[in-house]
Design a protein around this ligand. Structure first.
Ligand code: UDP
Length: 239
């Protein structure tokens, strides 16, 4: 597949046009950023691990009937994906309280909530991705209420599938972030990335953090933790 102009460059990925107007190539980079780009680093080899994990999870979800933008790996860091219009919302699902929710509401990290929690953040670097609610998203014409219903249903299904997959790998899926896109036909499908850069993943036995919090909180061994996630997932998938 021939790569054409770069359509977009984000903090951890580049997106290239291809000769096929329906397809783009998403390249996973070795850069790590946190706190709205204030903390930055290059972690050599991260791109190929996050790409491999994302591809594995997208394959797993597709086989379970969830539509995603992922089609195939072109090489280690490059993925052929369906071209979609990404909805500028970060949809976060929380099975356990951590991160910004713990801070905002003064809750202890690791608290198990009564219910699964869904958060919406408005994707805007200038505004620092503020938390918003359904009514804000509809008022800003980002989505309709009907589309939000589809998104929450998909998010809940994806959460159940991933919780179980990670559990089989000895990992607790604490929380994760998704982005959704609209196809040319207007269908809403899962897009962007699913990896330890976008999920919180704790070892079930030891509680060890195996995700981007290692980078955010200077815990070290970021790439090694991501590789551990990949190997455990590969083992479970190949069983
Ligand atoms: N997340 C992400 N991108 C973002 C913000 C959050 O992938 O721009 C992920 C994050 O890794 C975690 C989940 O979404 O798995 C919830 O993040 P939270 O709201 O707790 O924010 P953070 O701790 O990243 O400030």
């Amino acid at each position: 597949m021939e790569l054409k102009d770069m359509l977009y460059e984000g903090k951890a990925k580049q997106v290239f046009l291809t000769e096929d107007p329906e397809r783009v190539v998403v390249r996973y980079k070795d850069t790590a950023t946190a706190f709205n780009n204030i903390k930055k680093a290059t972690i050599v080899g991260k791109g190929k691990v996050t790409s491999a994990i994302s591809a594995l999870l997208y394959d797993f979800l597709s086989k379970a009937g969830v539509k995603t933008h992922f089609e195939e790996l072109l090489d280690e860091c490059d993925q052929v994906c369906r071209r979609v219009k990404v909805i500028p919302l970060e949809v976060v699902v929380r099975n356990t309280i951590a991160g910004s929710m713990a801070q905002r509401l003064g809750l202890e990290e690791g608290t198990k909530p009564e219910n699964v929690i869904y958060d919406l953040f408005y994707k805007s670097d200038e505004l620092g991705d503020p938390l918003m609610n359904d009514h804000h998203a509809v008022a800003m014409k980002l989505v309709t209420y009907e589309e939000l219903q589809v998104i929450y249903e998909l998010a809940g299904r994806i959460d159940s599938l991933l919780l179980d997959l990670f559990r089989r790998a000895g990992i607790h899926l604490v929380d994760f972030k998704m982005e959704f896109g609209r196809t040319a036909e207007g269908e809403i499908i899962l897009a962007d990335e699913l990896s330890p850069d976008t999920c919180r993943l704790w070892d079930i036995e030891t509680g060890e953090k195996l995700d981007k919090d290692r980078f955010r909180r200077d815990l070290g061994h970021v790439r090694e933790a991501y590789e551990e996630i990949l190997h455990r997932l590969q083992k479970v998938i190949n069983q």
